[in-house]
Design a protein around this ligand. Structure first.
Ligand code: NDP
Length: 294
């Protein structure tokens, strides 16, 4: 029987997961098709239910569904439960299991592509969505020195909506216990310009979608070169385009940079292994991911 793995999220135009996952299935001689199921929020429950069909091995879940999918699943891995976000679903005989492979993707990309160890680093995160939660989990596990999270305040006219700042604070609150003695903070986005935590950090990670191709912010950078600390490693999790506006600003500032492509491939490789039980052909996945971006 031909099987399928699907990608759930909205919109999906920017995603290159179909290209490199299909290349991996083909390389391994597996009769599996990787399909995009673009799913507006109102249709999420019905779409997830379709994953229980025997012909479906599972799914990847992407923006903006990683948190919303949780109540629709039967079981969560320990890591996914502690993060509160799922990027991989496995169909085990009609029961849906949720996993989070972003953690592994994040740590492996830093060690393999930047030869970077997280222990004892001061870290600043921009953004507090699904991937920021996975990154926070990884950072605390690796015993960093501190984490500061900036999430935007949304302004309309003269009104500032604090829901988004609150999302940063909620992220910090939900990890306070596992952080132990590691200090966590969530100052407002407006304080970036004067932030000592930013100027002092060793690792600066963009967990927002700013700069993502086909989005309303595709030409924007979350920070200009003047605010980027030149001694930090600047890591943009946005992978399409490969060189984002943020990475260009970071290079102007003289900082070392890392793009989101390798995290994408390593998280995808971990998902592939969960669906198939086989070792993922990582080199093939990298090659086809780069071709897809071009
Ligand atoms: P979410 O939708 O869960 O979160 C998006 C975050 O970006 C929120 O903090 C949101 O703020 C912020 N944001 C969006 N637009 C703006 C803006 N104009 N100004 C300031 N902040 C903004 O998405 P994810 O966390 O799942 O993904 C975020 C990005 O990371 C995406 O581009 C995704 O492609 C990328 N990613 C890359 C991975 C990789 O392997 N390289 C893995 C996973 C994600 P607010 O709370 O106010 O809405």
């Amino acid at each position: 029987m031909s099987r399928s793995v699907v990608l759930i999220g909205y919109p999906l135009k920017h995603s290159i997961s179909p290209a490199f996952q299909q290349a991996a299935f083909d390389h391994e001689g597996l009769d599996v098709r990787y399909e995009k199921w673009e799913t507006p929020e109102a249709e999420l429950a019905a779409t997830v239910d379709r994953l229980r069909h025997a012909a479906t091995l599972g799914a990847n879940v992407t923006i903006p569904c990683k948190e919303k999918v949780i109540p629709l699943l039967d079981e969560l891995s320990d890591t996914a439960a502690r993060i509160g976000a799922v990027n991989t679903v496995v169909n085990r005989s009609g029961r849906l299991m949720g996993f989070n492979t972003d953690v592994e993707g994040f740590i492996t990309s830093l060690s393999q592509d930047a030869d970077y160890r997280l222990r004892n680093r001061k870290v600043v995160l921009l953004g507090a969505g699904g991937v920021a939660r996975a990154v926070m989990f990884a950072l605390l596990n690796e015993e960093v020195t501190s984490v500061t999270v900036f999430n935007r305040s949304v302004e309309r006219g003269i009104t500032v909506f604090n829901r988004s700042v609150e999302r940063g604070r909620a992220l910090v609150r939900s990890f306070a216990r596992s952080a132990g003695k590691i200090p966590l903070a969530a100052p407002p986005w407006g304080e970036l310009e004067t932030s000592a935590a930013l100027q002092d950090c060793d690792l600066l990670v963009n967990c927002t979608s700013i700069g993502m191709r086909y989005s309303a912010t595709e030409t924007e950078s979350p920070l200009s070169a003047a605010l980027i600390p030149k001694d930090a490693l600047v890591y943009d999790l946005v992978y399409n385009p490969e060189e984002t506006p943020f990475l260009k600003e970071a290079k102007k500032a003289g900082a070392e940079t890392l793009g989101g492509l390798s995290m994408l491939v390593y998280q995808g490789a971990a998902s592939f292994e969960l669906w198939t039980g086989k070792k993922a052909p990582v080199d093939i996945m990298f090659r086809s991911a780069r071709e897809a971006l071009r």
